[in-house]
Design a protein around this ligand. Structure first.
Ligand code: TYD
Ligand code: MG
Length: 455
């Protein structure tokens, strides 16, 4: 009999490797590859073509399909991120760092869904029922008709759910679940995959919506939520800085709604509260104009959100100056610095550059380029931009400014928050400009010349 060698698996992304390595080629994480027993230890299965299966019934693309029925929790931020509410038989993964507030969010969601008439079961593999009950009391949810269970054995959980037939089951967390037919420790890639697979198939078969909690893991022994991302219908990440009270729920995949949608929450003493108008929140600390600070009118999912981009530029004592970025892509910072240097003749050599998005937001849109360039120049020249101005636009490598999508929505949001001026790329579809005074620029050189009198 051939002895199967142990396989090496990345606990961050689940990629299989022939031998151990310090860094996973697939996802680039360090120290995440561990040795695991192979999934099937029997001889390779016979080719499927050897025995005949049943013929499937095929259907046409056309035909009337009603939109899926959705249940709303009443937590508007959560419902929107789900694409308008919870869809029956869907499998949802909620990932996030330990301690960020996933259990709090889901307990609040379960209570809301239960009060809205859904039968909800919350199964904790991490905390005893008494602990969950204590948290519910603290959150003022003790009267909500949610059923609790503390269990890690998947077979028992599935039997219970089968008998109880709830409409929503929450599994906190997938890393603590243990399927007794898989021969490895809870938290290993094989266990997490098997448990997620069982739960997802169970959801599809019974019509129960299942929410899985997944901790983002830093050390390599426990599998992370990315391992099951491809199995579920919806992937939400709950993000935020530990020191900040803001939490952002972000849809990165959604088979039942738009991806990239965000919901904003604030962690308070009484749990998470919704922040229906995030722009006001992210800008609330702004009073007098300061050099290096610029307001960017961005779009998050379907919503315009204003954020403050802050830059600090200082002479560097180091041979290789620092480039530190929080909340933005460091590659785009390098590109913007290179364009400023090559097209406008403004060097940043010998200068440390720090770039930050206020309030713990993350900005991924290329439309932030012009705001980043403006913040960098404002910090470098020590000239503050007027506090009543919003900026957006994409910078191309030639230094030209490219128009961005949803220009009118960005301007309307700015107008709603009391801004009176906007700097935008020329040729953008501005409509009537939402009553803002627009300064439209064709390229970066014109922007630098007009705003900072240089270039
Ligand atoms: P938790 O939901 O347990 O995080 P996770 O499930 O993602 O690991 O949240 C833990 C943190 O939230 C903890 O540090 C305390 C804080 N918290 C509050 O600030 N207010 C509250 O009302 C609750 C319940 C928790
Ligand atoms: Mg938890």
């Amino acid at each position: 009999m051939v002895k199967l060698a142990n396989a090496f698996t990345c606990t961050s992304c689940g990629a299989a490797h022939k031998k151990w390595a310090g860094r996973c080629d697939a996802c680039g994480e360090w120290n995440c590859i561990i040795e695991e027993a192979p999934l099937s230890s029997g001889p390779a299965a016979k080719s499927l073509g050897a025995s005949r299966g049943r013929a499937m019934a095929l259907s046409d693309l056309s035909g009337h399909e009603a939109p899926p029925p959705r249940s709303q929790s009443g937590l508007g931020e959560l419902d929107r991120v789900l694409g308008g509410g919870l869809v029956p038989a869907s499998a949802i993964l909620v990932g996030g760092d330990p301690g960020i507030g996933k259990s709090t969010l889901l307990l609040q969601a379960a209570a809301r869904f239960a009060c809205a008439g859904l039968k909800c079961i919350y199964i904790s593999g991490e905390e005893a029922s008494a602990q969950v009950r204590m948290r519910a009391q603290r959150l003022g949810l003790a009267d909500a008709p949610v059923k609790l269970g503390a269990e890690t054995n998947l077979r028992d959980i599935l039997t219970t759910l089968e008998a109880e037939r709830p409409q929503l089951a929450i599994i906190d967390s997938i890393q603590t679940m243990w399927a007794d037919n898989v021969d490895s420790a809870p938290g290993s890639v094989a266990q997490v995959r098997a448990a997620a697979h069982e739960l997802v198939t169970f959801a599809k078969r019974t019509g129960i919506a299942v929410i899985l909690v997944g901790h983002v893991t830093k050390e390599g022994q426990i599998a992370g939520p990315r391992v099951v991302e491809h199995m579920v219908d919806t992937v939400l990440y709950f993000e935020g800085e530990r020191g900040h009270q803001f939490r952002i729920l972000r849809a990165v995949k959604n088979r039942f709604g738009p991806a990239d949608e965000i919901g904003v929450f604030e962690m308070t003493g009484e749990g998470l509260s919704e922040v229906p108008n995030p722009s006001a929140l992210f800008l609330s600390d702004r009073d007098t104009p300061a050099p290096g600070s610029v307001v960017f009118a961005g779009i998050e999912g379907t919503r315009p959100v204003l954020t403050e981009i802050q830059a600090l530029v200082a002479p560097s004592p180091l041979g290789t100056p620092r480039r530190t970025v929080v909340g933005l892509d460091s590659g785009r910072l390098s590109t913007t610095l290179a364009v400023l240097e090559a097209r406008c003749g403004i060097p940043f050599a010998g200068l440390d550059v720090f770039l930050n998005v206020a309030g713990g937001m993350k900005v991924t849109e290329p439309a932030a380029d012009l705001a980043v360039a403006a913040a960098l120049l404002s910090a470098r020249e020590d000239i503050a931009l007027p506090a009543d101005t919003v900026i957006f636009g994409e910078i191309s490598l030639s230094g030209a400014l490219r128009p961005v999508g949803q220009t009118e929505n960005r301007l309307k949001e700015a107008q709603k928050l009391g801004f009176t001026n906007a700097i935008t790329p020329a040729r953008g579809k501005t409509g009537d400009g939402a009553g803002l005074k627009l300064r439209q620029m064709a390229d970066l050189t014109a922007f630098v010349g007009e705003t900072f009198g240089a270039g």
